[in-house]
Design a protein around this ligand. Sequence first.
Ligand SMILES: [Fe+2]
Length: 266
Amino acid sequence: MPRTMLDPLFTAVDAPAFTESHLARLATGTLAAVRVPGFLTPEQCQAATTAFDRMPTAGYDPLRVPTSILHVGPSLNDYRTLANTLDTSRYWKDADAARSAWHRARMQPDPITVALARLGDAWGTAVTPATIGGRCVFGGTLREMNEGALVHYDEASREYPAGLFDQTVIAQLAFNLWAQAPVMGGATTVWRHRWEPADEQHREAYGYRREAVEGCQHVTLTPRPGDALLFNPANFHAVDPNPGERRIAFALFLAITSTGQLINWS
Ligand SMILES: [Fe+2]
């Protein structure tokens, strides 16, 4: 009798391309993660890094995110008010500025456009931006994160319980695409654990202390430059620090909606 029983379906798989089955199994929570190695070529990775170094980057609110993470493009969670609504006055201004900077960077091809096209092919319908009052939100931040990320989860339907988008989200997926990846550190871990009220005793800054996931089944992935990764971010996840090396990745969320569409945002 094994000391710990494991869920045989909660695994990380490598695949040549994302498929409809991957998306469905991630959405239902049976599969842990899917990685597509070499999603971008080395030349595309270098172009993205060069573009990142030229674009105006911003940090996150140090009270919310105590580690340094430089990014291009706003994430909805940075504009969440204490009442769990979106601070639209700041958000739309920053979203418009990020779109302009992105166009000026002229990444050819644009890795986000490529990624959304391939994910849409997998699902069978085009991936469209999530909208708020008919207005498209920003999708596809580019971030440099070298100090890791705390254990946390992302779930828009909990973060904005009154709803945020015009679309109704059924399941949310996280997509990451690495332009630069460290040789040491920077691994992503996904635990087979979704938020429960008792987790709040382990609260720390924007996330949770490791005790929240102690003993939980998990997968750990060490990305290489050019790799793409999909997982269900309602599962607690974290990123190890990678001191002395750069970890630069595109990041966006996808959701399957109540009408079976795929939408995206950051
Ligand atoms: Fe996350």
